[in-house]
Design a binder for this molecule. Structure first.
Ligand code: BG6
Length: 475
C-alpha cells in the first residue's frame, strides 16, 4: 500500500505533464469500452467541423509504456491522466468492465515503476453515450451514477493512486456544451442549462468526495477548475456589478462549493438576474458541506478581461479555426458584462491572450480568497501550429518562451507563500484537441499522426528536463 505522506517526502514539488482519455487513448471500441458521447458526436455530427476524431489519436492505449518511458527520461516525477468512464462502466451505470480496470492497472503500475506519481481524473469531458441521451448532466440522476463509478475506481486503484480529481473544468465544459455550442450536445446561449449543468457537476463531485473520505482512502481529492481570474477594463463604469457577475460566472459557483463547501451567497440574485433558476434540493447544502475538496487543481492559460454589459444582443465569440479565422474569443451578455479587448496583449492564432503574469495574479488571489491547503497547476501550456524538420524534430521556441515566463511567475507566487506544489504541462504529447482536431499542438513530445505515430521529443521537452534538474539542484 502506497502512502500519501510519501508523495512529497523527498521533494517539495511535482513536475509533470498531462493528458485526458479521449484526447490520447484511441482504442475507442476495444476491450469492451462503451460508446462515448464524443465517439458518437465525432462519427455522426456535421458539427464535427474538422472531420477528425479520437478513434486512434496518440494510441496511448497501446503505446502507454513508450510514452511513460519518455516522460520518466524527461525527469518528470508525476503524470496526470484521466479514466474513461465508459471503459470502466460501458453504459455509465451498472456492469463493470474488468478489461477496463486492467488497462488502468497497467498504466498506474507502470507509472509507479518509473517514478511518476499518478494524478488521476475521473471525468474529463467524456460522458458515456447512454447517459448523454438521458439528458446528460441536466439529469440529476447522473450525480449518483458518477458517485458509484467513482467508488469503483477508488476501490480498485485507491491503494496506489494518491492524487485524484473528480471533474475537470466543470465551468469551461458547461460553457462549451451550453453556451458556445461546440461540444456535444451543442446548445447555444442556453444559460439555464449552463448553470444547471455546473450545479449538477458540483453535486456529483461533492458526492464522490464524500465517498472517498468515508472509505478512508489515503490520498487527496479535489476538483480541477479552469482559472477565470477576472480583471476589469479601467474604462468600465459599473466596476462592482461587472466584478460580481463576472467572478460568479467564471469562478465562485465552482470554487465556493469545491473549497468552502457551499454555494456562494450571491447565487440566487445572480441566477435571477440571468433569468434562470437552479433545480436543487434542501439536502444539497449538506452534500456540498460534506464534499469539500482537499486541494485545488488549477488549469491556467489566461484571464477574463471584462467591461460593462451594453444593450446589444447576447453573443458568444469563439475561434475553432485558428489562423483561418479572425475571431477574438469572448462573450457579450446583454446588460450584464462583456469581454473587453486589450490591445496591449498579444494573442495566439486561436485569438487567446498570451499573458504569463496571470499565473501570479491568479495564484495570489485564490490563496487569499479561498486559502486552499494545496494548489496544483494541473494544466498550462501553449497550443500552436508546428512543423517538424526532416527528422521529426520541432523547435518550439514559442512554447519555451511562454512556459518559462509562466513558471517564473509560479515560483514567485510560491516564494511569497502561495501553497502551490505541482505543475503539469499541457500536454505530455500531441493529442486530439477538442474541436481543433490535430492542427493545434500542445505536446512536449511530437506525435507524427501521418507516419505511424512516430514519437520525437521537441526542443521544449529537453528544456523542461533541464529546468526540472535545475530546480532540484537549487541552481
Ligand atoms: C483545457 C482542457 O481546457 O484546455 C484540455 O482541459 C484541453 O482538455 C486544453 O485540451 C486546451 O484546449 P484546446 O481547446 O485549445 O484544445
Amino acid at each position: 500500500m502506497r502512502k500519501f505522506s510519501e508523495v512529497f517526502k523527498d521533494k517539495d514539488f511535482l513536475w509533470g505533464s498531462g493528458t485526458a482519455a479521449y484526447q490520447c487513448e484511441g482504442a475507442w471500441d476495444q476491450e469492451k469500452k462503451g460508446l462515448g458521447e464524443w465517439d458518437y458526436f465525432n462519427h455522426k455530427s456535421n458539427l464535427n467541423i474538422n472531420h477528425v476524431n479520437g478513434d486512434v489519436s496518440a494510441d496511448f492505449f497501446h503505446k502507454y509504456k513508450e510514452y511513460i518511458d519518455l516522460l520518466a527520461a524527461d525527469h518528470q516525477n508525476t503524470f496526470r491522466f484521466s479514466i474513461a468512464w465508459d471503459r470502466i462502466i460501458p453504459n455509465g451505470v451498472g456492469e463493470v468492465n474488468q478489461e477496463g480496470i486492467e488497462f488502468y492497472n497497467r498504466v498506474i503500475n507502470y507509472c509507479i515503476e518509473k517514478g511518476l506519481e499518478p494524478n488521476v481524473s475521473l471525468f474529463h469531458y467524456d460522458l458515456p453515450y447512454e447517459l448523454a441521451i438521458q439528458g446528460g448532466w441536466l439529469n440529476r440522476k447522473l450525480t449518483d451514477y458518477f458517485a458509484s463509478y467513482a467508488e469503483v475506481c477508488f476501490k480498485n486503484f485507491g491503494d496506489r493512486v494518491k492524487i485524484w480529481c473528480t471533474i475537470n473544468e466543470p465551468r469551461y465544459y458547461s460553457y462549451c456544451v451550453n453556451i458556445v455550442g461546440n461540444y456535444p450536445p451543442n446548445r447555444k446561449l442556453d444559460f439555464q442549462s449552463y448553470f444547471q449543468y455546473q450545479y449538477n457537476l458540483m453535486l456529483a463531485s461533492a458526492k464522490a468526495v464524500r465517498i472517498f473520505h468515508d472509505l478512508k482512502i489515503d490520498g487527496i481529492i479535489g476538483i480541477v477548475h479552469d482559472n477565470g481570474n477576472v480583471e476589469i477594463d479601467p474604462t468600465t463604469k459599473n466596476i462592482k456589478k461587472v466584478h460580481l457577475f463576472g467572478d460568479f460566472f467564471y469562478n465562485r459557483q465552482i470554487l465556493c462549493p469545491a473549497l468552502l463547501g457551499k454555494m456562494p451567497e450571491e447565487t440566487e440574485k445572480v441566477i435571477n438576474d440571468f433569468n434562470c433558476m437552479l433545480y436543487k434540493k434542501e439536502i444539497d447544502q449538506k452534500i456540498f458541506a460534506e464534499g469539500k475538496g482537499d486541494y485545488l487543481g488549477l488549469n491556467l492559460y489566461n484571464r477574463q478581461y471584462l467591461t460593462d454589459g451594453t444593450d446589444k444582443e447576447t453573443k458568444v465569440f469563439h475561434n475553432n479555426k485558428g489562423c483561418k479565422s479572425k475571431i477574438t474569443e469572448g462573450i457579450r451578455i446583454k446588460n450584464v458584462f462583456e469581454t473587453s479587448f486589450d490591445p496591449n496583449v498579444k494573442r495566439n492564432k486561436w485569438g487567446r491572450e498570451e499573458l504569463p503574469r496571470v499565473m501570479y495574479t491568479a495564484l495570489k488571489e485564490i490563496q487569499q480568497s479561498y486559502n486552499p491547503n494545496l494548489i496544483l497547476i494541473t494544466e498550462n501550456g501553449h497550443g500552436g501550429y508546428e512543423t517538424a524538420d526532416s527528422k521529426g524534430f520541432v523547435k518550439d521556441d514559442k512554447r519555451i518562451e511562454l512556459t518559462s515566463k509562466f513558471l517564473h511567475y509560479l515560483l514567485k507566487a510560491k516564494s511569497e507563500g502561495v501553497k502551490v506544489h505541482g505543475y503539469y504541462h499541457w500536454s505530455a504529447m500531441d493529442l486530439y484537441s477538442w474541436i481543433n482536431g490535430y492542427d493545434k499542438r500542445y505536446g512536449l513530445i511530437r506525435v507524427d499522426f501521418k507516419n505511424n505515430l512516430a514519437l520525437t521529443p521537441k526542443k521544449s521537452y529537453y528544456w523542461y528536463r533541464d529546468f526540472i534538474d535545475q530546480y532540484f539542484s537549487g541552481a
